[in-house]
Design a protein around this ligand. Sequence first.
Ligand code: AKG
Length: 358
Amino acid sequence: MPPANVEPNFTPARTASVVATGGFAGTRRSGFPDTRPSGYFSPDAEPAALRAFWEANGYLVMEGAFSPAEVATLKAAATAICRGDRGAIKDAEPLPATLTDDEVLRQFLCIHFPHKISAAFRTTLANPATLKVLTSVIGPNVKAMQSMLFIKASGKPGQARHQDEDYIPTRDRSLAGGWIALDRATVENGGLWVIPGSHRHGILWDQHWHGDRRFDCAEESRDFPYTEADAIPVEVEAGSVVFFNGYLLHRSLPNRAPEGTYRRARVHHYMSCESFLPWQPPAPGAKGGMAKLDYRDVVVVAGRDPYAHRGYSEIATPLLRRDGRTGCVSWASGERLPFKDELAAAASTPGDRHEHDE
Ligand SMILES: O=C(O)CCC(=O)C(=O)O
């Protein structure tokens, strides 16, 4: 029997994408975006309304989860992290202390695991508004295993369409991303786009190298039963959090806003404490093999961890994510991956053509 949250015969809605659901969405204060579809909630919303929208659509927005003062603190912490003031970031070049904040921030697309070196980031892995959503959509016991800090200065690429469980496998499909906007996120500056309801198949679609300079080096999901017309932008105010299911197809486009602006966001990934997290290969000769894999570098943010007696580890360290500026390489072979424009240019160079191409 398939798990309860999977619908094997699910037929996607083609254009009428967002399924409106009932319940009290809270006392909305934000006026952005001007024309707002359903799915935007405020911290006094009913848990049942959050859950109903989540189950139908695979995402939701919690507006005003972080105050302007909290957002300002997190932005200052982000700058300190990028400067290297909080400790080393693997693969990041050391930057001269004389650079301005703008000169520093412009270098970065994304840093993984910033909560490992920033107290401000670690203490805000969850707050009352985010916990309300997490316990409504995941369950009473929730742990976090990853954080990311996107700076995404103007001109930086987006991330091609994907599902987060492609990268973080849970056993019970409980993965949820919590994407905290530190700047207002719009279509222009590279905010998130989602395909509402796409989580409901319970399928991880094949991924391929995209060869598209609009995106960073991460692969793209393909061969799913949706078109571009099914995707919607999720524009949000700074301090709002977009939550999305680990099976939801989503992506972001490049930041095309004026030079000197950013689309900063923190992303956390959460799952149920009841599920093991097989996120690292077994050590050679490990007892139990694959079936016992459980990554223990986690932070319990709600409820109790039934495996707490096994203890916790410190495994992840901060690292810089490649933005593709100097090319992308294959994870498997280490070879440089060609962009589509490079392939087209090579194909139109007479010397590179084969005789039978004529
Ligand atoms: O923030 C972005 O541009 C992409 C984030 C994303 O796709 C993710 O966290 O899974």
